[in-house]
Design a protein around this ligand. Structure first.
Ligand SMILES: Cc1ncc(COP(=O)(O)O)c(C=O)c1O
Length: 357
Protein backbone atom coordinates (compact mmCIF):
# COMPACT_ATOMS: atom_id res chain seq x y z
CA UNK A 1 0.00 0.00 0.00
CA UNK A 2 1.02 3.63 -0.12
CA UNK A 3 4.13 4.73 1.73
CA UNK A 4 4.99 8.36 2.41
CA UNK A 5 8.56 8.96 1.31
CA UNK A 6 9.43 12.60 1.51
CA UNK A 7 7.73 15.87 2.08
CA UNK A 8 9.90 17.96 -0.17
CA UNK A 9 9.86 18.84 -3.81
CA UNK A 10 11.86 21.14 -6.03
CA UNK A 11 10.80 24.75 -6.45
CA UNK A 12 9.92 24.12 -10.12
CA UNK A 13 7.44 21.43 -9.05
CA UNK A 14 9.61 18.44 -9.98
CA UNK A 15 10.19 15.72 -7.41
CA UNK A 16 13.26 14.24 -5.77
CA UNK A 17 12.98 10.71 -7.21
CA UNK A 18 15.16 8.78 -9.67
CA UNK A 19 14.10 9.35 -13.28
CA UNK A 20 12.35 8.38 -15.43
CA UNK A 21 9.43 8.18 -13.02
CA UNK A 22 5.66 8.49 -12.99
CA UNK A 23 4.23 11.53 -11.26
CA UNK A 24 0.55 11.79 -10.36
CA UNK A 25 -1.00 15.18 -9.67
CA UNK A 26 -3.36 14.52 -6.78
CA UNK A 27 -5.51 17.58 -7.45
CA UNK A 28 -6.21 16.38 -11.00
CA UNK A 29 -6.74 12.80 -9.81
CA UNK A 30 -9.23 13.97 -7.19
CA UNK A 31 -11.03 16.06 -9.78
CA UNK A 32 -11.34 13.00 -12.02
CA UNK A 33 -12.58 10.75 -9.21
CA UNK A 34 -15.14 13.32 -8.03
CA UNK A 35 -16.36 14.00 -11.56
CA UNK A 36 -16.79 10.34 -12.42
CA UNK A 37 -18.48 9.36 -9.15
CA UNK A 38 -20.94 12.23 -9.56
CA UNK A 39 -21.83 10.92 -13.04
CA UNK A 40 -21.75 7.21 -12.19
CA UNK A 41 -22.17 6.71 -8.45
CA UNK A 42 -21.39 3.49 -6.60
CA UNK A 43 -21.90 0.30 -8.57
CA UNK A 44 -22.84 2.22 -11.74
CA UNK A 45 -19.07 2.37 -12.23
CA UNK A 46 -16.98 -0.80 -12.26
CA UNK A 47 -13.54 0.85 -12.59
CA UNK A 48 -11.09 -0.98 -14.85
CA UNK A 49 -7.85 -1.38 -12.89
CA UNK A 50 -5.76 -2.18 -15.96
CA UNK A 51 -5.40 1.56 -16.62
CA UNK A 52 -3.52 2.23 -13.37
CA UNK A 53 -2.52 -1.20 -11.93
CA UNK A 54 -2.21 0.17 -8.42
CA UNK A 55 -4.08 -0.92 -5.28
CA UNK A 56 -3.50 2.44 -3.59
CA UNK A 57 -5.40 4.14 -6.41
CA UNK A 58 -8.08 1.43 -6.29
CA UNK A 59 -8.46 2.23 -2.57
CA UNK A 60 -9.10 5.88 -3.51
CA UNK A 61 -11.91 4.67 -5.77
CA UNK A 62 -13.46 2.76 -2.85
CA UNK A 63 -13.37 6.02 -0.85
CA UNK A 64 -15.51 7.47 -3.64
CA UNK A 65 -18.01 4.62 -3.30
CA UNK A 66 -16.83 2.23 -6.03
CA UNK A 67 -16.26 -1.27 -4.69
CA UNK A 68 -16.74 -3.42 -7.78
CA UNK A 69 -13.72 -3.62 -10.07
CA UNK A 70 -12.98 -4.75 -13.62
CA UNK A 71 -9.75 -6.64 -14.27
CA UNK A 72 -7.94 -7.69 -17.44
CA UNK A 73 -5.56 -10.18 -15.82
CA UNK A 74 -5.63 -12.77 -13.07
CA UNK A 75 -2.69 -10.96 -11.43
CA UNK A 76 -4.88 -7.87 -11.08
CA UNK A 77 -7.59 -9.97 -9.43
CA UNK A 78 -5.15 -11.64 -7.03
CA UNK A 79 -3.59 -8.28 -6.12
CA UNK A 80 -6.93 -6.67 -5.33
CA UNK A 81 -7.96 -9.64 -3.18
CA UNK A 82 -4.66 -9.56 -1.26
CA UNK A 83 -5.10 -5.82 -0.70
CA UNK A 84 -8.55 -6.46 0.82
CA UNK A 85 -10.22 -4.47 -1.96
CA UNK A 86 -12.23 -7.24 -3.56
CA UNK A 87 -15.97 -7.15 -3.03
CA UNK A 88 -17.04 -8.01 -6.56
CA UNK A 89 -14.40 -8.58 -9.24
CA UNK A 90 -15.03 -9.10 -12.95
CA UNK A 91 -12.39 -10.63 -15.21
CA UNK A 92 -13.52 -8.84 -18.38
CA UNK A 93 -11.34 -11.09 -20.43
CA UNK A 94 -11.21 -14.71 -21.54
CA UNK A 95 -8.81 -17.10 -19.84
CA UNK A 96 -7.79 -20.70 -20.40
CA UNK A 97 -5.42 -20.66 -17.41
CA UNK A 98 -7.28 -23.04 -15.14
CA UNK A 99 -4.49 -23.23 -12.56
CA UNK A 100 -4.20 -19.48 -11.97
CA UNK A 101 -7.96 -19.06 -12.09
CA UNK A 102 -8.38 -21.73 -9.42
CA UNK A 103 -5.78 -19.92 -7.29
CA UNK A 104 -7.77 -16.69 -7.58
CA UNK A 105 -10.99 -18.45 -6.61
CA UNK A 106 -9.26 -20.01 -3.59
CA UNK A 107 -7.70 -16.67 -2.61
CA UNK A 108 -11.10 -14.99 -2.77
CA UNK A 109 -12.78 -17.73 -0.75
CA UNK A 110 -10.06 -17.58 1.91
CA UNK A 111 -9.97 -13.81 2.33
CA UNK A 112 -11.54 -12.12 5.36
CA UNK A 113 -14.11 -10.53 3.15
CA UNK A 114 -14.98 -13.23 0.55
CA UNK A 115 -15.12 -11.66 -2.89
CA UNK A 116 -17.56 -12.34 -5.67
CA UNK A 117 -15.56 -13.56 -8.69
CA UNK A 118 -17.13 -13.31 -12.14
CA UNK A 119 -15.44 -14.29 -15.37
CA UNK A 120 -16.24 -13.38 -18.98
CA UNK A 121 -16.77 -16.38 -21.29
CA UNK A 122 -17.36 -16.49 -25.03
CA UNK A 123 -16.87 -20.17 -25.95
CA UNK A 124 -17.44 -23.75 -24.80
CA UNK A 125 -13.71 -23.87 -23.95
CA UNK A 126 -13.72 -20.85 -21.63
CA UNK A 127 -16.90 -22.14 -19.95
CA UNK A 128 -15.19 -25.48 -19.34
CA UNK A 129 -12.16 -23.81 -17.75
CA UNK A 130 -14.30 -21.53 -15.56
CA UNK A 131 -16.32 -24.50 -14.27
CA UNK A 132 -13.22 -26.65 -13.72
CA UNK A 133 -11.50 -23.83 -11.79
CA UNK A 134 -14.43 -23.54 -9.38
CA UNK A 135 -15.73 -20.19 -10.62
CA UNK A 136 -19.36 -19.72 -9.59
CA UNK A 137 -20.47 -16.87 -11.84
CA UNK A 138 -19.90 -15.78 -15.41
CA UNK A 139 -20.93 -13.06 -17.84
CA UNK A 140 -21.49 -13.94 -21.48
CA UNK A 141 -19.06 -11.76 -23.44
CA UNK A 142 -20.77 -10.48 -26.58
CA UNK A 143 -19.08 -8.97 -29.61
CA UNK A 144 -20.64 -5.55 -30.24
CA UNK A 145 -18.33 -4.50 -33.08
CA UNK A 146 -14.75 -4.44 -31.76
CA UNK A 147 -12.83 -7.22 -33.53
CA UNK A 148 -11.67 -8.82 -30.29
CA UNK A 149 -13.27 -11.23 -27.80
CA UNK A 150 -17.01 -11.89 -27.51
CA UNK A 151 -19.43 -14.32 -29.11
CA UNK A 152 -21.81 -13.35 -31.90
CA UNK A 153 -24.87 -11.69 -30.29
CA UNK A 154 -27.22 -14.33 -31.70
CA UNK A 155 -25.17 -17.09 -30.05
CA UNK A 156 -25.25 -15.55 -26.54
CA UNK A 157 -28.44 -17.31 -25.38
CA UNK A 158 -27.16 -20.76 -26.36
CA UNK A 159 -23.83 -20.06 -24.66
CA UNK A 160 -25.63 -19.05 -21.47
CA UNK A 161 -27.47 -22.39 -21.54
CA UNK A 162 -24.15 -24.20 -21.93
CA UNK A 163 -22.76 -22.28 -18.96
CA UNK A 164 -25.78 -23.14 -16.82
CA UNK A 165 -25.50 -26.80 -17.80
CA UNK A 166 -21.88 -26.69 -16.64
CA UNK A 167 -23.11 -25.56 -13.21
CA UNK A 168 -22.29 -21.88 -13.62
CA UNK A 169 -24.57 -19.07 -12.64
CA UNK A 170 -24.95 -16.48 -15.44
CA UNK A 171 -25.11 -12.91 -14.11
CA UNK A 172 -25.74 -11.36 -17.52
CA UNK A 173 -23.71 -10.02 -20.43
CA UNK A 174 -20.78 -7.78 -21.19
CA UNK A 175 -19.92 -6.12 -24.50
CA UNK A 176 -17.03 -3.70 -24.79
CA UNK A 177 -17.50 -1.10 -27.53
CA UNK A 178 -13.77 -0.28 -27.68
CA UNK A 179 -13.92 0.62 -31.38
CA UNK A 180 -16.11 3.62 -30.50
CA UNK A 181 -14.07 5.20 -27.68
CA UNK A 182 -12.34 7.68 -29.96
CA UNK A 183 -15.23 8.73 -32.22
CA UNK A 184 -14.57 12.44 -32.18
CA UNK A 185 -18.03 13.93 -32.64
CA UNK A 186 -20.13 13.38 -29.55
CA UNK A 187 -23.44 12.97 -31.45
CA UNK A 188 -21.90 10.38 -33.75
CA UNK A 189 -20.32 8.58 -30.78
CA UNK A 190 -23.71 8.44 -29.05
CA UNK A 191 -25.43 7.06 -32.17
CA UNK A 192 -22.83 4.40 -32.70
CA UNK A 193 -22.82 3.38 -29.03
CA UNK A 194 -26.62 3.14 -29.14
CA UNK A 195 -26.43 0.75 -32.11
CA UNK A 196 -23.76 -1.37 -30.43
CA UNK A 197 -25.82 -1.47 -27.24
CA UNK A 198 -28.91 -2.62 -29.14
CA UNK A 199 -26.94 -5.76 -29.92
CA UNK A 200 -26.01 -6.13 -26.26
CA UNK A 201 -29.58 -5.50 -25.12
CA UNK A 202 -30.86 -8.25 -27.45
CA UNK A 203 -28.18 -10.61 -26.16
CA UNK A 204 -29.13 -9.71 -22.60
CA UNK A 205 -32.77 -10.60 -23.27
CA UNK A 206 -31.68 -14.00 -24.60
CA UNK A 207 -29.20 -14.63 -21.77
CA UNK A 208 -31.14 -13.33 -18.77
CA UNK A 209 -29.51 -12.02 -15.60
CA UNK A 210 -29.24 -8.50 -14.26
CA UNK A 211 -25.84 -7.30 -15.42
CA UNK A 212 -25.14 -5.45 -18.66
CA UNK A 213 -21.50 -4.44 -18.39
CA UNK A 214 -19.90 -2.21 -21.05
CA UNK A 215 -18.31 1.14 -21.69
CA UNK A 216 -15.06 2.96 -21.13
CA UNK A 217 -13.74 6.45 -20.55
CA UNK A 218 -14.67 7.68 -24.03
CA UNK A 219 -18.27 6.49 -23.75
CA UNK A 220 -18.89 6.73 -20.00
CA UNK A 221 -21.85 9.10 -20.35
CA UNK A 222 -23.22 7.97 -23.71
CA UNK A 223 -24.53 4.56 -22.70
CA UNK A 224 -28.11 4.26 -21.48
CA UNK A 225 -28.29 0.46 -21.72
CA UNK A 226 -25.38 -0.68 -19.58
CA UNK A 227 -26.05 -1.26 -15.88
CA UNK A 228 -22.35 -0.63 -15.16
CA UNK A 229 -19.49 1.12 -16.97
CA UNK A 230 -15.98 -0.32 -17.04
CA UNK A 231 -13.96 2.91 -17.41
CA UNK A 232 -10.42 3.16 -15.99
CA UNK A 233 -8.34 5.67 -17.98
CA UNK A 234 -10.36 8.62 -16.64
CA UNK A 235 -8.45 8.35 -13.35
CA UNK A 236 -5.06 9.42 -14.75
CA UNK A 237 -5.97 10.31 -18.36
CA UNK A 238 -3.71 10.54 -21.40
CA UNK A 239 -3.30 12.90 -24.33
CA UNK A 240 -5.32 10.71 -26.67
CA UNK A 241 -8.41 10.83 -24.46
CA UNK A 242 -7.74 14.55 -23.86
CA UNK A 243 -8.60 15.19 -27.52
CA UNK A 244 -12.24 14.28 -26.76
CA UNK A 245 -14.87 16.42 -25.02
CA UNK A 246 -14.36 14.68 -21.67
CA UNK A 247 -14.51 16.43 -18.27
CA UNK A 248 -11.33 14.78 -16.96
CA UNK A 249 -7.88 16.31 -16.45
CA UNK A 250 -4.40 15.03 -17.22
CA UNK A 251 -3.16 13.63 -13.89
CA UNK A 252 -0.19 11.50 -14.99
CA UNK A 253 3.25 12.62 -16.16
CA UNK A 254 6.52 10.95 -16.89
CA UNK A 255 9.24 13.02 -15.27
CA UNK A 256 12.77 12.91 -16.72
CA UNK A 257 16.14 14.58 -16.12
CA UNK A 258 17.84 16.70 -18.77
CA UNK A 259 21.11 14.80 -19.37
CA UNK A 260 22.49 16.79 -22.31
CA UNK A 261 22.04 20.30 -23.74
CA UNK A 262 22.98 21.21 -27.30
CA UNK A 263 22.71 24.99 -27.36
CA UNK A 264 24.08 25.42 -30.88
CA UNK A 265 21.64 22.85 -32.26
CA UNK A 266 18.73 24.12 -30.19
CA UNK A 267 17.80 20.89 -28.44
CA UNK A 268 17.96 19.19 -25.05
CA UNK A 269 17.91 15.49 -24.24
CA UNK A 270 16.11 13.94 -21.25
CA UNK A 271 16.36 10.40 -19.88
CA UNK A 272 13.01 8.91 -20.80
CA UNK A 273 12.14 7.14 -24.03
CA UNK A 274 10.26 4.24 -25.54
CA UNK A 275 11.07 2.03 -22.56
CA UNK A 276 9.30 4.28 -20.07
CA UNK A 277 6.39 5.45 -22.24
CA UNK A 278 3.53 3.61 -23.96
CA UNK A 279 3.92 4.95 -27.50
CA UNK A 280 1.24 2.99 -29.41
CA UNK A 281 -0.97 6.10 -29.45
CA UNK A 282 1.87 8.36 -30.52
CA UNK A 283 4.48 10.63 -28.97
CA UNK A 284 4.02 12.13 -25.52
CA UNK A 285 3.37 15.87 -25.23
CA UNK A 286 5.70 18.47 -23.76
CA UNK A 287 4.44 21.92 -22.86
CA UNK A 288 7.93 23.53 -22.98
CA UNK A 289 8.39 23.32 -26.76
CA UNK A 290 8.54 20.72 -29.53
CA UNK A 291 9.20 17.06 -29.02
CA UNK A 292 11.39 15.81 -31.86
CA UNK A 293 11.57 12.10 -31.15
CA UNK A 294 11.89 9.36 -28.56
CA UNK A 295 14.48 6.61 -28.73
CA UNK A 296 14.93 3.74 -26.29
CA UNK A 297 16.15 5.75 -23.30
CA UNK A 298 16.11 9.34 -24.63
CA UNK A 299 13.71 12.03 -25.66
CA UNK A 300 14.98 14.94 -27.79
CA UNK A 301 13.18 18.20 -27.13
CA UNK A 302 13.44 21.61 -28.81
CA UNK A 303 12.64 24.14 -26.07
CA UNK A 304 10.77 27.33 -26.88
CA UNK A 305 13.31 29.12 -24.66
CA UNK A 306 16.65 27.39 -25.14
CA UNK A 307 18.50 29.65 -22.68
CA UNK A 308 16.29 28.49 -19.81
CA UNK A 309 17.67 24.94 -19.85
CA UNK A 310 20.72 23.39 -18.19
CA UNK A 311 21.86 19.84 -17.55
CA UNK A 312 20.14 18.47 -14.46
CA UNK A 313 16.81 20.23 -15.00
CA UNK A 314 13.64 18.16 -14.97
CA UNK A 315 10.96 17.88 -17.65
CA UNK A 316 7.47 16.41 -17.50
CA UNK A 317 5.83 14.70 -20.45
CA UNK A 318 2.16 13.76 -20.76
CA UNK A 319 1.86 10.20 -22.16
CA UNK A 320 -0.38 9.48 -25.14
CA UNK A 321 -1.59 6.15 -23.69
CA UNK A 322 -1.93 5.69 -19.94
CA UNK A 323 -2.24 1.88 -19.61
CA UNK A 324 1.02 0.73 -21.23
CA UNK A 325 2.91 3.70 -19.75
CA UNK A 326 1.97 2.77 -16.19
CA UNK A 327 2.70 -0.91 -16.81
CA UNK A 328 6.33 -0.09 -17.60
CA UNK A 329 6.96 1.35 -14.12
CA UNK A 330 7.26 -0.17 -10.65
CA UNK A 331 5.94 2.84 -8.78
CA UNK A 332 4.23 6.17 -9.19
CA UNK A 333 4.74 9.27 -7.07
CA UNK A 334 1.62 11.02 -5.87
CA UNK A 335 2.20 14.74 -5.43
CA UNK A 336 -0.36 15.94 -2.94
CA UNK A 337 -2.78 18.78 -3.48
CA UNK A 338 -1.12 22.06 -2.61
CA UNK A 339 -2.89 23.36 0.47
CA UNK A 340 -0.98 26.63 0.71
CA UNK A 341 0.45 27.89 -2.58
CA UNK A 342 4.26 27.73 -2.51
CA UNK A 343 4.42 25.37 0.48
CA UNK A 344 6.10 21.95 0.13
CA UNK A 345 3.71 19.28 -0.99
CA UNK A 346 3.78 15.70 0.34
CA UNK A 347 5.04 13.10 -2.05
CA UNK A 348 3.80 9.54 -1.59
CA UNK A 349 5.07 6.42 -3.27
CA UNK A 350 2.38 4.22 -4.75
CA UNK A 351 3.63 0.81 -5.92
CA UNK A 352 2.33 -0.25 -9.33
CA UNK A 353 1.59 -3.57 -7.67
CA UNK A 354 -0.91 -5.03 -10.15
CA UNK A 355 1.65 -5.34 -12.96
CA UNK A 356 2.29 -8.44 -15.04
CA UNK A 357 -0.03 -11.33 -15.59
C1 LIG B 1 -12.85 -4.85 -21.57
C2 LIG B 1 -12.60 -3.40 -21.40
N1 LIG B 1 -13.51 -2.64 -20.77
C3 LIG B 1 -13.35 -1.34 -20.61
C4 LIG B 1 -12.23 -0.68 -21.09
C5 LIG B 1 -12.21 0.81 -20.93
O1 LIG B 1 -11.11 1.40 -20.52
P1 LIG B 1 -10.81 2.96 -20.72
O2 LIG B 1 -11.15 3.59 -19.45
O3 LIG B 1 -9.37 2.94 -21.03
O4 LIG B 1 -11.63 3.47 -21.85
C6 LIG B 1 -11.24 -1.42 -21.75
C7 LIG B 1 -10.06 -0.75 -22.29
O5 LIG B 1 -9.32 -1.22 -23.10
C8 LIG B 1 -11.43 -2.81 -21.91
O6 LIG B 1 -10.53 -3.57 -22.56
Amino acid sequence: MATAMTDTNFADGSIDAPTPCLVVDEAALNHNLRTMSAALPGARLRPHVKAFKCTALAARLTEHGHHHFTCATLAEMAGLIRAGLATDLLLANETLDEVKLRDVVALAAGSNQPARITVAVDSAETIKVAAAAGVAEVLIDVNVGLPRCGCAPEYAGALAEQARSAGLSVRGVMGYEGHLMMVEERAERMDKVASAMELLQAASTAVGGEVISAGGTGTFDTNSIATEIQAGSFTLMDTQYSTLDLPFQQALWVEATVISVNRAGGWIVADCGLKSLGMDHGDPTWSGGDLWFCSDEHVTLAPADMDAWTVGDRVRLAPAHVDPTVAKHERMWLVSEEVTPGSPRAITEWPVDLRHW
